[in-house]
Design a protein around this ligand. Sequence first.
Ligand code: FE2
Length: 410
Amino acid sequence: MDTDPRSTMQQARAPLAAKAREAMEKLNDEAGHLAIWLRTQANAPSQRPWFTHTGDADAGQMAQGKVAAGQMKASPHLWKWAEISPYLDKIAQIAANADVPPVEFAERQQFLLVNPGLGGRLQVASTIRCAVSIYNPGDLARAHLHTPNASRTILSDTGGYTNVEGEKIRAARGDLILTPNGTWHDHGNDDDKPVVWIDTLDWPILEFLDCIWLDEHVPADVIDPRANVPIQKAVLAEGYSHRAYARGGLVPSFLTHNRGAGHGVSPHVHYRGSDIRAALDGLKGEKGDGYEGVAIDIVNPVNGAPLFATLGFGAQMIRAGEETLAKRETSNVVYVVIEGRGQTEIGGQTFDWQENDIFVVPNFLWRRHVNKGPKDAVLYTMHDRPLLQKIGQHRVQGRRRDGSVEQLVV
Ligand SMILES: [Fe+2]
């Protein structure tokens, strides 16, 4: 008996009579104006194979037929910092000579990452939007609030800040600054050098749910009257998030842990890069995980939950000389290279990376990391695993050293 699931599936999908299929297509042409689609086995849409198909070539393939019409699949892709970063300066040059008020540029000088597989949508994956922003000295972005959750991964060494619900958070390289849904936030740069960061948002999910709301009508008592655009006045002393929440397992019992009007968000909104690095350093002597190296989740310190209901964040160290085993999961993962250089195989393609490069592993493609440099590499991850887990669709497979596949999360 043939137990290969691939051939079983092929048997189930024996070619159907072309004549019958043609007749069905013709009928659909006729009925199309009624906004219906007629189907039988003759023109049955084929579904994407998954789970039992464990080869690289099968992964991430689109279905054929009607079911795939209009569907798109994110591609694995890497944005090289050396190629994309010069465009931040080019925006600044246009801003310097612009015939519009400076605020038109100061509020948004950024480029969005456009996944080549998504037909021009401003998305890095089906669920995630990423942009790279620059704030030049003196730039201000007015206070606002929205329903999408957003985060900033800081690439510059220092410079720039984000005010979140009255807390001024100064940015440093490797920091993760959150602006959860429903929190007032504004940005600026009062340093003498530009600051660059990566914005990551769950925008596509909220857009799909028709839930995008944005508010720029900041209540008067929130605004700093000294500024020429609406920015928040400082309500909390700098370093509040760090003082209140950055010591793992120690949570203030006299605080409500509410920040803003959002639901289920972390009250800790500033995860320092130095703390993340120290955590990884402290663990690098452990065995780690064969599929991920030394990896940590960055979580809500009050309840251990993911930072957003939709998106989770992590950091991992691929130690010098380390190669991980291949793994795939039903969630999208975006990587930012914070330190080191190496390569990642994604669905059979190899991508070389170095500092500040950004790459995406779309859902259910095999991935495998290799450190190619002389020192430890640090990758930050942003992923939609929390959402997949909530709806019971998070599954993970790993490919052992001998090539066999194990079910890590079924
Ligand atoms: Fe925002």
